[in-house]
Ligand binder design. Structure first.
Ligand code: CLF
Ligand code: SF4
Length: 293
């Protein structure tokens, strides 16, 4: 059973550059990097905080407090026409730093009632925070689900840290999966459009991806976004090959039979700003900002 989507949610979705292929040439998003912490260690991740020349998920040139994030929003909103979405996508996990994420959204809601909020998370803390996400009015959430198989998950996740305990191996992967699925189900049933990101890692999880897609479709998600592995320097997967676009598109074509596939993802930085294909994050670094007056 899937939740009812309000007319407002559908209207906002039409202006969301990631959820609507038609919107991505016209509407801009900004990520506010207010969530540096993470409770999972994915083997493809190496979060960096001062790396100007890289563009991939997790990378950011600055980490902001909620107060600075509001200032940045006002600055960017004044400069970019058609800014429709504010997303929290790290550089860690949006829910691992939930007080900061929540405060940022509340601050911006007080300034602008028209903006669409978006979160990206590994899903570990969704059972804890999904009701607050819904209550805050967030209707677009992305969860990264890489496998349904804990044995495969054990190869992707170095550890999971949950309620003060450290989990490794298939136990860690299973805990993460159980929380992801419960959280996705709750969100869908409460009118949230859930997008699932999946990192395609050749030889590790590629064969399991069609099963992931079928499972999340059954839960009622809106779209899946299968992304290539970009081996991050310093990460455990740095020596794995980058997934080829040919292999990626072949898998998307298979999964398209089950559910709509996102094909225009740019694997954005955690401080990305602008249209999806023209990142303006460096122009809008807070160290370049001269406050009015
Ligand atoms: Fe940001 Fe993600 Fe929201 Fe978009 S990005 S939190 S859903 S507003 Fe978009 Fe960038 Fe791909 Fe993400 S192109 S990485 S899918
Ligand atoms: Fe990195 Fe995100 Fe994985 Fe955390 S959940 S380790 S920030 S990719």
């Amino acid at each position: 059973c899937s939740g009812t989507l309000s007319a407002d949610t559908l209207e906002k979705t039409n202006k969301h550059p990631c959820y609507s292929a038609d919107a991505h040439h016209k509407y801009a998003r900004m990520h506010l990097p207010v969530a540096p912490g993470c409770n999972v260690q994915c083997n493809y991740c190496n979060r960096k905080f001062d790396c100007v020349n890289e563009s991939r998920p997790g990378v950011t040139s600055e980490v902001l407090t909620p107060a600075l994030a509001s200032d940045k929003f006002v600055w960017v909103k004044g400069e970019i026409e058609h800014l429709s979405v504010v997303g929290i996508a790290g550089p860690g996990d949006a829910l691992a730093d939930w007080p900061s994420t929540k405060q940022t959204i509340e601050n911006i809601k007080a300034i602008d009632q028209t903006i669409t909020f978006c979160l990206s998370t590994n899903g570990l803390l969704l059972p804890k925070y999904a009701s607050e996400i819904v209550a805050l009015g967030i209707r677009h959430v992305t969860v990264t689900v890489n496998t349904l198989d804990p044995a495969i998950g054990a190869k992707i996740y170095k550890f999971v840290s949950y309620q003060g305990k450290h989990y490794v191996g298939s136990q860690a992967a299973e805990l993460l999966l159980v929380n992801q699925l419960a959280g996705i189900e709750y969100l869908v049933q409460h009118g949230v459009l859930v997008k699932i990101n999946i990192v395609m890692i050749k030889g590790i999880n590629d064969r399991d991806i069609p099963a992931v897609v079928k499972k999340v479709k059954a839960l009622g998600v809106f779209v899946t976004n299968i992304m290539p592995l970009i081996p991050a320097p310093g990460s455990a997967f740095e020596h794995l090959p980058q997934t080829s676009m040919k292999e990626l598109n072949a898998l998307r074509d298979v999964c398209q039979l089950d559910i709509h596939q996102m094909r225009h993802c740019q694997q954005c930085r955690a401080d990305a700003i602008g249209l999806l294909h023209e990142d303006r994050s460096q122009e809008f670094r807070m160290c370049n900002h001269v406050p009015d007056g």
